[in-house]
Design a protein around this ligand. Sequence first.
Ligand code: ATP
Ligand code: MG
Length: 438
Amino acid sequence: MTEGEWTARVSFSDEPAAPGATPAGELVGPPLGTERAPIVRPVDLEEQIDADAAKVVRRLARSGFEAYLVGGCVRDLLLGKTPKDFDVATSARPDDVRRIFRNSRIIGRRFRLVHVLFGGNKVIETATFRRAPREGARPGDDLLIRNDNVFGEAYEDAERRDFTINGLFYDVERRCLLDWVGGLRDVEARAVRTIGDPTTRFLEDPVRMLRAIKFSARCDCGISPEVYDAVVACRGALAMAAKPRLFEEMLRLMRGGAAHRSMWLAWELGILDVLLPELSSHLSDCEDTVFWRLMTELDRHTAEVSAPVDDVTYWTTLLLEPMLEACAGEEDRMAAAADFLEPIIDRLNVPRRIADAVARIVSVLPRLERGQAGRFGRTPLGPLAQEVQRLSAASRGRAPSEPVVAGGPAAPVEPAAAPKKRRRRRPRSAAASPHDDG
Ligand code: ATP
Ligand code: MG
């Protein structure tokens, strides 16, 4: 399909274009059954769009290809957030893109995409439209996607994406959004809804359950009731997901400045029972409120510091409370910390470097709290341990390095972080945010 043909197919209305309709030359639908027409909504995002990303899209279009901004950048712009990066999807094949941009390189072996490089280490990721590989799967089939490397059309590329709010395409040239998946409706409702049946989509790729939490927590969206129920039903499938992806996605839950909301949702949905049962049973047994205040402090810290927070700080903070419990009264705290971490390392593929650092920091924390950092304070881990100690102290309402009063009550830090009653595994409406803080 050439660009000219495509232009003629798009109607500038809020309604889905009827396939096959030909009103006044304004719209020509595709042959029936071959393609769905999008809702097209004029929106001017020109001012907020990265100039280099716009350049990539325009040059591809001038070369005769379809090209759009897609995914997280469109979602974030519509939700009033600053996008982390700008991704492009195009009908051009990787070799075409490479040919058009001298400042580019092809990456990936299984699925090849192109990085178009600009000054200041900016990368505009440019991917060829792909389609979902498993059309016509029968009930009872193993749904796990193992190969998603099939090129497709723009609408197929929208439909293969995970959530409707992530499936919107922005046409830079015509300044309009193309919506094949109901993303506009859900951006307005601030609802996380899968594209297609949630159970199917989660069994295809269980990591999407963690992504649902991430987008709900970060973008302040509700999880739609059917998605919520499907996560509860499918959460066990997370045990089948690739461990490095689980590790990375858990980190992303903490990195985005919404660790408190993310972990609350993960606990409430029963995901912590699968991925970090050590933490979830600690939370259930202790009615632990320090943990939640720690997450609030972590979010505050993430928002305040200019440099990215180290992954070691995130993992140590996440596991701190159950680890302190596991180490309490142990003569060899390092050995107790390492024993605690062993099954987690195995379950989530935690790199040894990170696990060793977490164990070390937790084991020396009481010394740090007594202001006795000693030589450890001058090791590379010293500053990270101090960072964790400050977060821990703040969550207990103490000044950093103030001596610990064993078993002493933890003073609330702020009203918003007050203890909450645990409510679990109950579907909630998309409109209701599960949190009033974080
Ligand atoms: P972030 O701001 O965290 O980067 P993002 O939406 O850009 O959010 P990415 O992981 O960068 O998330 O993925 C880019 C896009 O690719 C998503 O918006 C989504 O459309 C699609 N995508 C990513 N992961 C999946 C997945 N597991 N299944 C289906 N689509 C996915
Ligand atoms: Mg992204």
